[in-house]
Write a protein of this length. Structure first.
Length: 173
């Protein structure tokens, strides 16, 4: 698929087919995550692949906004390391984008579930603690997000950018 088609086909997919993801496709999605840029090229983000049905069901309890984990065939938990780089959150976020785009390139759907909550420490601690305990994540890592993966049960179609977007400015704001 051409890159512009990958971007336009990237939609949040929250319903999945009951079809396993081949090992090669998962490996390429993870290669994309690892190859994502990081500030100063520091290893400030790490990834946990979850394919066990019971664990996916358990992780769904981390946030009320990720019920789609009950249908996902896999998930990638993205963690950040504030002790390694001050850019840990940006680095982890960029890696999430690479995971999502690589998934689309392999015909997979993905959904993004924010675990880290920058504006609510208590909620973030609750969400991160749920995931941290289940996956034995060390305390020095922040749990940024969970991306669910699977073959889409349906696809809402390509996105098309608006002709006169108010989001793009040239020269000045």
């Amino acid at each position: 698929m051409e890159f512009k088609d990958i971007i336009r086909n990237r939609r949040e997919i929250t319903h999945y087919q009951d079809k396993d993801i081949p090992h090669d496709a998962m490996k390429e999605v993870l290669d994309a995550a690892v190859l994502a840029p990081a500030g100063n090229s520091l290893p400030s983000r790490e990834f946990i692949v979850v394919q066990n049905r019971d664990m996916l069901d358990h992780l769904e309890g981390a946030s009320p906004f990720i019920p789609w984990l009950k249908e996902a065939k896999a998930a990638v938990v993205v963690t950040g390391r504030p002790d390694v780089s001050k850019y840990w959150l940006q680095d982890a976020s960029i890696a999430c984008s690479f995971i999502w785009l690589a998934a689309v390139d392999h015909g997979l759907g993905s959904a993004f579930g924010a675990i880290y909550h920058s504006q609510d420490e208590e909620e973030s601690a609750k969400r991160e603690g749920h995931v941290r305990q289940a996956l034995s994540i060390p305390e020095d890592r922040r749990v940024v997000a969970i991306l669910g993966l699977g073959y889409p049960a349906s696809h809402p179609g390509k996105k098309t950018p608006p002709e006169n977007s108010e989001l793009v400015h040239y020269g000045t704001f």
